[in-house]
Ligand binder design. Structure first.
Ligand code: NDP
Ligand code: MG
Ligand code: MG
Length: 328
């Protein structure tokens, strides 16, 4: 069993922390750190759409180079695609020797797309949840678990600094685990590809399309295969698979044990292993970086195609009835 850490020395973060980017993770880290008593400055590009929101939340905002200047720790919370360029142009020239550079995901460091100088600590604090949840749970008194790792320990206290930052964003309330950039990146990519995003999205789509092709009403197929998924996953989140099975009917539980493995069969496990092989060999990273360098042409085409599917058009209509205005 891994050791789960709950506490760190916030006093190690006595200087300025520059949070670069104010998106999903950026806003959550900046606000949680600020509420933990840490001196935070947000760094954004000039004319940034996020500038006003950060100021309205009571945070100091400056250009990226200005925020980096004099910072003890610089958290790079930008989309992974833009980090290499922004780091080289706006972060590195202003970075104090001895400052720590922090990432929320290991991709760019593992695949050597960003390589801070040897005088800088290079650390990771990767929350295991979307940024908006990291912020919401913090304000409710809870936390989101996080992984910490050290890639480069120039100061001799890089690990303790990562731990302090994780505590500052509230992860200590939920649990902090030590890992490496390699383990975090590879498991994170595998999880999102095979289970959380890719696997689940295709499971939902296949179920929906199977029912519709058999002549059932698309609206009923949508409720069954997508809408109810959240309710089931909430039960899993609260009590594991057993907790979910306790709440569903015995009929559903019998169908679960006898039919689930016919869907997720040996072939699916072999496909998962092949996906993991692609991640470990770097083949996935090369493919994605190639698309980044091509203006994300494939990503944009696949996004447009996915938006046209019946699942999405039916869902849009049904959600507009179920959710209050302003909800997503
Ligand atoms: P976002 O896409 O939400 O980041 C948006 C922010 O980046 C905005 O403030 C935006 O500013 C700024 N930005 C975008 N492009 C540029 C650019 N070219 N130059 C300067 N600023 C730019 O990022 P995420 O929060 O999703 O991801 C941040 C990191 O956290 C990544 O490493 C990701 O892998 C990791 N992570 C993300 C999770 C998540 O929940 N999304 C979960 C765990 C880890 P502007 O308003 O100017 O566009
Ligand atoms: Mg991920
Ligand atoms: Mg993840």
């Amino acid at each position: 069993m891994a050791t789960i850490l709950r506490d760190g020395d916030l006093g190690l973060l006595s200087g300025k922390v520059a949070v670069i980017g104010y998106g999903s993770q950026g806003h959550a880290h900046a606000l949680n750190l600020r509420d933990s008593g840490i001196q935070v400055e947000v760094g954004l590009r000039e004319g940034s759409a996020s500038w006003e929101a950060a100021e309205a939340a009571g945070l100091g905002v400056r250009t990226i180079a200005e925020a980096v200047g004099g910072a003890q720790l610089v958290a790079i919370l930008l989309p992974d695609q833009v980090q290499p360029q922004v780091f080289a142009e706006h972060v590195a020239p202003s970075l104090a020797p001895g400052a720590a550079v922090l990432f929320a995901h290991g991709f760019n460091v593992l695949y050597e797309r960003v390589a801070p100088a040897g005088a800088n600590d290079v650390i990771m604090v990767a929350p295991k949840g979307p940024g908006h949840v990291v912020r919401r749970l913090f304000t409710e008194g809870y936390g989101t678990p996080a992984l910490i790792a050290v890639h480069q320990d120039a100061s001799g206290r890089a690990r303790d600094l990562a731990l302090a930052y994780a505590v500052g964003i509230g992860a200590g309330r939920a649990g902090i685990l030590e890992t490496t950039f390699k383990e975090e990146t590879e498991t994170d990519l595998f999880g999102e590809q095979a289970v959380l995003c890719g696997g689940t999205a295709e499971l939902v789509r296949a179920g929906f399309e199977t029912l519709v092709a058999a002549g059932y009403q698309p609206e009923i197929a949508y409720y069954e295969c997508l809408h109810e998924l959240k309710l089931i996953v909430d039960l899993m989140w609260e009590g594991g698979l057993a907790g979910m099975r306790y709440s569903i009917s015995d009929t559903a539980e019998f169908g679960d044990y006898t039919r689930g493995r016919r869907v997720i069969d040996e072939h699916v496990r072999e496909a998962m292993k092949a996906i993991l092989d692609d991640i470990q060999s770097g083949a996935f990273a090369r493919e994605w970086v190639e698309d980044m360098e091509n203006g994300e042409a494939r990503l944009k085409a696949m996004r447009a195609e996915a938006a046209q599917t019946a699942l999405e058009t039916v869902g849009k209509e049904l959600r507009s009835l179920m959710h209050r205005a302003g909800d997503h």
